[in-house]
Design a protein around this ligand. Structure first.
Ligand code: HSC
Length: 694
């Protein structure tokens, strides 16, 4: 039974208990309906209290896994159940002691009173899944909190704290964190004016124009999908009219969106980004003390991530001035968070004081984990690892923050390769949600598991990758950028390539990203690749841009121009002249290239490389590949990821297109991986590959 009923005098307590997150799937709905009817049949009961047995979470809302099947339609439906609670004979109070999302908040809105604890977090994230609240949320919420707050919560998808919920009248009272159940019962017994059933759906509709005005005032970053945003706004507008009509509209839209391609892709993306079960024992390597070596941009960013996660950090750099500057940057970061109201001054002090700088590397000897973030150079890194090997206690984990280097070679600079692991943080580390955990040939499974645990503490999406040039993300990214650069050599302008891919949905065009990352970084990687993988040639024009001294955005000019210190890319006539000259020398005859061709070729490069990564076992599953591109490279979430988009196009069509390309150019690169050919022949999907292991 996922719902239990217990009697506390004249109050019936209904406890939701369905691991892990009390998702409101069919079994829970059925049990809740049964318990409700049982309670309604007991004449001694005066009121009901709805609580969760799970620490820190009331419920994560509807069971997303059901959306691809008939689950949500199985009676009782969530909307039906909520209506029964609202119109039922007893007042129902919801105790929201933790995360309350989506359908769970809608359930709470159907209750007659809502209590929040200090750790309550209330939200309607459906929009992020390409949906809208489908169980009355778009109609009840605005009636309770007004148009502005409803627009922000429904279209923004971000949760509010318990305190904010009280301010907006979404919650009626707070209960302290200790003995929440007893506190809630006491509140019910002493409720001012008794506990009359108050029905949110009976509150007055919004004023005409209220939603348009609120939407105009609220500056909300677009999330989810365009169809969901449009439909959500329409349903909120309907809250200006009769409740029943609004509810019918919401019901219709929910079903349409749920079965649409964007919501399907967004659901896939949600599960692709969930943590994978570790294959080792994370508890075998306890991490209480961390050390970071290197106080450059990456080292500083990693120190911030660790401190924010409450981990004490010892920080060393051979250059004392650099270390002092790093420390000042960490403090500035936390102060900025305070001024943006994202952090309290108390927390900022606490995080900053978790960082201790050390002048002597020997002082980190007792660290459980060391993350090296020095210059991206094999010999420099091997030197640091030799030193660490001498200093560190047995059992310590040695992590290297590298984006492309061979983790096995770094590991073999020590006498303990099983303890060495790659940790590829993305820049800026405090902002980017992705962490690639690179498993060397000797890395112990417990070490990988401990790093998966660390990623959870840092609130990062962790993907485990094998060793190769660029791991999962950069290896694919290099082939994508290389095709984009070849398209320029053939006649497309960098601005056109960027615009085509942005139009398709990427957050940024590839050349914008290259400028943002710094052209010097890309240049040195390309020089190595030119000798190591000559069969995958880079066009010359990209090197010429770097050799002209352009560093990218940080230097004010790169592949694009950034006049007056701006961040908006502009055409650069000098770069265009360099491209024209290099293309002439390469014997290319410039042609107009349609946007569709640009997008298809760049995407095919991603898919071709992704399939090879899966075939070689560098990536364990297509979902891992997609998670990397979604979380690290701005791939449009509503398209699911490179592998998912290949499935949408149909693998036989993708294989045929790759073969056509292979017949005309770069056969070694374009020849589809055997895995892709096999899956296409079997009528299978790439997204299912490795799913059992994930
Ligand atoms: C919704 O509610 C629609 C409604 O408006 C109404 C529908 C009405 C329909 C009418 C039809 C006519 N479902 O993330 P974690 C799993 S849409 C199923 O690692 P954390 C997750 O996969 C829903 N499973 O934990 C994982 O499983 P595993 C709106 C869910 O502590 C495990 O739980 N709600 C699930 O880091 C642990 O998850 C949302 O969008 C769900 N809803 O974070 C909330 N939620 O162990 C989505 C989680 O097998 N969830 N799982 O790998 C979250 O944001 C996060 O999971 C939490 C927990 C913050 C809840």
């Amino acid at each position: 039974m996922s719902v239990a009923i217990t009697m506390r005098g004249d109050i019936g307590v209904l406890t939701l208990d369905s691991p892990p997150v009390n998702a409101l799937g069919h079994a829970l709905r059925r049990d809740l309906a049964r318990c409700l009817e049982e309670a309604y049949a007991r004449p001694e009961l005066r009121a009901l209290l709805l609580v969760s047995a799970r620490a820190g979470i009331f419920s994560a809302g509807a069971d997303i896994k059901e959306f691809d099947h008939a689950g949500p339609q199985l009676a009782p439906g969530l909307g039906e159940l909520i209506d029964r609670i609202e119109s039922g004979p007893l007042p129902v109070v919801a105790l929201l002691d933790g995360v309350t999302l989506g359908g769970a908040l809608e359930l709470a809105l159907g209750c007659h009173y809502r209590l929040v604890s200090p750790r309550a977090s209330l939200g309607l994230p459906e929009i992020k899944l390409g949906l809208l609240p489908g169980a009355g949320g778009t109609q009840r919420l605005p009636r309770l909190v007004g148009a502005r707050q409803a627009v922000e919560m429904v279209l923004g998808g971000e949760p509010v704290t318990g305190e904010a919920a009280l301010r907006h009248k979404l919650a009626d009272a707070r209960v302290p964190q200790v003995d929440t159940l007893e506190q809630a019962l006491a509140w019910m017994r002493n409720a001012p004016g008794g506990l009359a059933p108050r029905r949110v759906s009976s509150l007055p509709a919004l004023a005409p124009q209220a939603v348009a005005e609120a939407a105009h005032e609220a500056a909300i970053r677009p999330v989810g999908s365009a169809p969901a945003r449009e439909a959500a706004l329409l349903c909120l507008v309907a809250a200006q009219g009769p409740y029943e009509a609004g509810r019918a509209l919401e019901h219709d839209w929910f079903a349409r969106l749920r079965d649409g391609p964007e919501a399907r892709a967004l659901r896939y993306a949600f599960f692709a980004e969930r943590p994978r079960a570790p294959s080792g024992d994370a508890s075998a390597r306890r991490i209480d003390q961390v050390a970071v070596i290197g106080a450059g941009t990456m080292g500083t960013g990693i120190v911030i991530c660790l401190a924010e996660a409450g981990l004490p950090v010892l920080w060393h750099d051979v250059d004392a001035d650099c270390l002092a500057q790093g420390r000042a940057r960490v403090r500035q970061h936390f102060d900025r968070q305070v001024s943006r109201k994202r952090l309290t001054p108390g927390h900022a002090d606490q995080f900053a004081s978790a960082v201790t700088t050390v002048g002597d590397m020997a002082d980190i000897a007792q660290a459980d984990l060391v993350i090296e973030a020095v210059f991206e150079d094999m010999e420099v890194k091997r030197g640091v690892f030799r030193q660490l090997d001498r200093i560190l206690k047995p059992g310590a984990i040695l992590g290297t923050n590298t984006s492309t280097l061979d983790v096995n070679r770094i590991a073999h600079a020590t006498r303990r390769p099983p303890d060495v692991v790659g940790l590829h943080f993305f820049s800026p580390a405090p902002v980017m949600p992705l962490l690639e955990i690179v498993r060397g040939e000797a890395t112990h499974a417990d070490v990988v598991a401990a790093m998966q645990g660390l990623a959870r503490r840092l609130r990062k999406i962790a993907v485990v990758a094998g060793v190769c040039d660029g791991f999962i993300g950069n290896r694919m990214w290099h082939q994508y950028l290389r095709q984009a650069a070849l398209l320029v050599q053939e006649g497309a302008m960098p601005m056109e390539v960027d615009a085509a891919l942005r139009e398709w949905g990427f957050a940024m065009g590839p050349f914008q990203v290259a400028d943002l990352a710094g052209l010097d970084v890309g240049y040195s990687i390309r020089q190595r690749q030119r000798s190591e993988t000559p069969e995958r040639p880079w066009p010359d024009w990209l090197d010429r841009v770097s050799e002209s001294g352009r560093l990218g955005l940080k230097g004010g000019s790169g592949i694009h121009a950034y006049p007056d210190g701006g961040r908006q890319p502009q055409r650069d006539a000098e770069v265009e002249a360099m491209i024209a000259a290099a293309s002439r020398e390469a014997g290319a005859s410039p042609r107009a290239i349609p946007a569709g061709e640009i997008v298809e070729r760049c995407l095919h490069a991603l898919i071709a490389e992704a399939a090879r990564l899966l075939e070689e076992g560098i990536a364990a599953s297509a979902a891992d590949v997609d998670a990397v591109f979604l979380a690290g490279y701005g791939f449009p979430r509503w398209r699911g990821g490179p592998c998912y988009s290949a499935d949408v196009s149909g693998l036989p069509a993708v294989v045929a297109a790759l073969r056509r390309r292979a017949a005309n150019e770069e056969p070694q690169f374009w020849q589809p991986a055997e895995l892709l050919v096999r899956l296409a022949r079997q009528g299978a999907r790439l997204q299912d590959h490795g799913r059992e292991a994930a």
